[in-house]
Design a protein around this ligand. Structure first.
Ligand code: ZN
Ligand code: ZN
Length: 158
């Protein structure tokens, strides 16, 4: 999960003193704090709820590579400073660390999505996984994208 900051637990998003490595079948290694690590080892259905399936993750990385545009860590930090929480927090039940989500998913090539900061939103893991390939308006109803863009403010352009 390269969208996490250095030293951050992939699950809870906290910054522990020490991270444990959990190997994921076909998808490298997750870095977890002690608490999340032991939970992951204990709960048999943990993977389905917390880890993007390997094939889906591979496809997502390939699309990211193919999409035009890019953004810097500074731009991401500036966006977080403007909006330090999940962009769709009004839905409630936010869970997991903040991901670098796409307002228009990169899978929607017919909409010509870009991988630059104007298309990026902080979104919690649960809501990022829930959005899947939908635009915000498709997912949450007309006006949702506008609401998010307004909340993200000037640093996110339009
Ligand atoms: Zn954790
Ligand atoms: Zn959320």
């Amino acid at each position: 999960m390269s969208y996490l900051a250095e030293g951050q637990c992939s699950d809870c998003g906290e910054f522990p003193d020490k991270l444990e490595s959990l190997r994921i079948e076909g998808d490298g290694t997750l870095r977890l704090c002690k608490r999340c690590f032991s939970r992951a080892r204990r709960e048999t259905n943990w993977h389905a709820a917390h880890v993007e399936p390997a094939e889906q993750a591979r496809t997502r990385r390939a699309r990211k590579k193919a999409a035009p545009g890019s953004f810097t860590e500074d731009e991401w930090s500036a966006l977080l400073a403007m909006h330090p929480g999940c962009a769709v927090a009004w839905l409630g039940d936010c869970e997991g660390p903040l991901h670098r989500g796409h307002i228009t998913p990169l899978s929607r090539t017919e909409l010509r999505p870009r991988n630059d900061i104007g298309n990026i939103m902080p979104i919690c893991r649960r809501h990022n996984f829930a959005q899947r390939t939908k635009t915000l308006d498709e997912w949450l109803g007309y006006g949702a994208e506008r609401r998010v863009r307004e909340a993200l403010g000037a640093s996110n352009g339009s």
